[in-house]
Ligand binder design. Structure first.
Ligand SMILES: [Zn+2]
Length: 319
């Protein structure tokens, strides 16, 4: 009996030492790393791309999105932490078409073990818009034509499959499911848009992010600032837009979550001085999604929010 007790005690001590050794150096931060072991490390820029990677990569990827809610990708500069995250990633997805214009150099430097992919690379250039004010470059905001964004989903699916062929079947099944949801979303936006009488389908926002939206769903689009937010709107731009709104008797204009509302409020005041009242029809998510955990924190939710907000404001009866 005594002997058994001694053996048992020795066993317990040995177990204790093993447990102690296993725990040395492990803290709250390291635990998730262990859980993430074996997952493909992916870093993304805008939230809409992060959302694609979450949907298509699901359990096989660990995705870090650099730009959160309210962040303007045209002006975003990588922090020291971002550079470290980018360097430790196996795969980086960004929009391209000069959307992340301040990150071009850093993305170009990522070589070696890191693959850098623009999700817009395979989109047929004939379907891209080239507004004159963007000096011969393509308009980067293609996520507002849902059918074009579906091409970005295919690009993510194909790249994940190329890098991690062992999970090809899962990536394909996930992409198929997500693409079906996006096809449904496209039909929803189309149906909602048709509720606005054609002559009232005019969308005025802070910056020119909605040209693809206008093109796909039949809206005339006017942005106060250009395709990029890098240049401030001038007084002349405000006055010109105010005249347009007053003449066309447009009932509502919109602010954007990633652009200061100051300029749109200046337009509202300038319209008022012309004897017409234009309402602020609500906030649209243009270049960033909403807070994580809210419906607008996903690409599908943000697109639904935008079209619902636009339709409600443009069809509201003027007092
Ligand atoms: Zn933009």
């Amino acid at each position: 009996m005594q002997r058994i007790n001694i053996v048992l005690r020795h066993c317990l001590i040995a177990l204790g030492i093993i447990a102690l050794l296993t725990c040395i150096g492990c803290d709250g931060k390291r635990q998730p790393d262990a859980a993430m072991a074996g997952r493909l490390r992916v870093v993304t820029t805008i939230g809409m791309i992060t959302d694609i990677v979450k949907n298509v990569g699901d359990a096989h990827v660990e995705v870090t999105g650099l730009m959160g809610p309210g962040v303007d990708p045209h002006l975003y500069k990588a922090t020291a932490g971002d550079v470290a995250r980018l360097a430790s990633a196996k795969l980086i997805f960004y929009n391209g078409l000069h959307l992340e214009s301040k990150m071009g150099e850093i993305l170009a430097k990522m070589t070696g073990n890191t693959k850098t992919v623009a999700v817009t690379d395979d989109v047929n250039r004939a379907r891209l818009l080239t507004p004159p004010e963007f000096e011969g470059q393509y308009d980067p905001h293609l996520w507002f034509d849902v059918t074009l964004w579906m091409k970005a989903v295919e690009k993510v699916r194909d790249t994940l499959t190329e890098i991690d062929p062992g999970h090809q079947a899962d990536y394909e099944a996930n992409a198929e499911r997500y693409l079906a949801e996006l096809a449904k979303l496209h039909r929803y936006v189309k149906t909602q848009a048709e509720k606005v009488p054609p002559e009232q389908r005019v969308l005025v926002t802070a910056h020119d992010a909605f040209n693809y939206f206008g093109n796909a769903y039949g809206f005339e689009v006017r942005g106060l600032q250009g395709i990029s937010t890098a240049t401030e709107a001038g007084i002349a731009d405000v006055q010109e837009l105010a005249t347009f709104i007053a003449e066309r008797r447009i009932p509502a204009i919109f602010v954007e979550s990633s652009v200061s509302s100051r300029s749109i409020e200046a337009v509202k005041a300038a319209v008022k001085s012309r004897g017409f009242n234009v309402e602020i029809g609500g906030e649209l998510f243009s270049d960033a999604m909403g807070t994580e955990g809210t419906p607008e924190g996903t690409y599908i939710g943000m697109v639904q929010h935008n079209i619902d907000t636009i339709v409600t404001a443009l069809t509201a009866v003027q007092p």
